[in-house]
Design a protein around this ligand. Sequence first.
Ligand SMILES: Nc1ncnc2c1ncn2[C@@H]1O[C@H](COP(=O)(O)OP(=O)(O)OP(=O)(O)O)[C@@H](O)[C@H]1O
Length: 414
Amino acid sequence: MALQGATIRRDEHTGAIVVARIMRGGAADRSGLIHVGDELKEVNGIPVDDKKPEEIIRILAQSQGAITFKVIPSVKEEEPTKEPKVFMKALFDYDPKEDKAIPCKEAGLAFKRGAILQIMSQDDATWWQAKHEGEANPRAGLIPSKQFQESRFWPTGFRRSFRLSRRDKKTNKSMYECKKSEMYDMADVPTYEEVTPYCRASGAKHRLVVLVGPAGVGLNELKRKLLISDPQHFSVTIPHTSRAKKNQESDGVEYHFISKHLFETDIHNNKFIEYGEYKGNYYGTSLDSVRSVLSKNKVCLLDVQPHTIKLLRTGEFKPFVVLVKPPAIERLRESRQNGKIISGKDDKGSAKPFTEEDFQEMVTAAQTLEAQHSHLFEKVIVNEDLLTAFGELRTALRKVEMETHWVPVSWTHS
Ligand SMILES: Nc1ncnc2c1ncn2[C@@H]1O[C@H](COP(=O)(O)OP(=O)(O)OP(=O)(O)O)[C@@H](O)[C@H]1O
């Protein structure tokens, strides 16, 4: 129950009405007169011993002007409060009105995925107190703690059957066996990520720019435009391949040409961010090729599969991840009339006009990307009109270079 920036509850053992928590920055907190554990005896001269918390709230709601409380202070002295400097980026949407578990809906703080929250108190294991970063209102609200949010993320049935690792009667194979990369661990549950402000010092290495989007959405086109707009500033990685070099090609220009054996050794040694096989040859992008661009003090533009982002999210690369998504399907059909989709990896890959199926796939793929990975995207650009999309991307990248952004705290320690 909420009471002027505090919540009250009936103590199960003594039956007394006690202050359950004080909302940081609320009226009760600022008065400094009410503390957690204090026993509430009277409100405006009305004894409350025999009243339910709901009835007390009603008395409060009906009273006008100054309200007087009679409280018996709890014996325990509270620590003097200092302004905590813990910031969390929310990785999920939260609406206390929809939350059945919250002890008091009015005391909850609603937020959207991507919001930066200043955590005011983590004293309670289940409910933290937080406010939106930079907000003038000093009053904190309740949010689910990281641990609590993780614990209730998976439907219980799923977790049990997962743990039991049921076996198929016929094959005696575990039905839940999955590759490590597909296995969900707690770190994958989108809750909060502790962040800190980061501004690139002038002359320091650039953050890696990672572009993600469904096939054919226009990543190449956008990269090309950036490269042309400022070739001294932007660059892309040079891929490795095990295919034979053609006459007009030079090693280290189109590709780094290496033997199949060396390619396989490099795969084994985790040198590749991504690799694949096409017509019996390997193609891949190495971590070192990214390092090489960054060490020349250039902005490295990289497009990857979304599951790769995890690998790149380190203090070394500090990736700025952009999702490029298509517009609504009718706008896609109109804008791509002259567009061509390239199939295949090698330069022999033939470009064909888009089919209705390509459009459908693009839209569905973008939806899946957003549903599964949206907590990783710092910027989302809709590529309807190419020049508009390019302008938006260019502006976002300028800001990344010049302005302060929130990044995971772990990136600034390394
Ligand atoms: N906004 C746009 N309006 C019209 N045509 C576009 C737009 N963006 C891209 N195209 C066209 O769509 C086609 C595919 O673009 P592009 O090759 O850049 O996609 P991609 O995302 O890199 O594809 P892939 O993942 O298959 O390599 C090209 O013909 C390109 O000119």
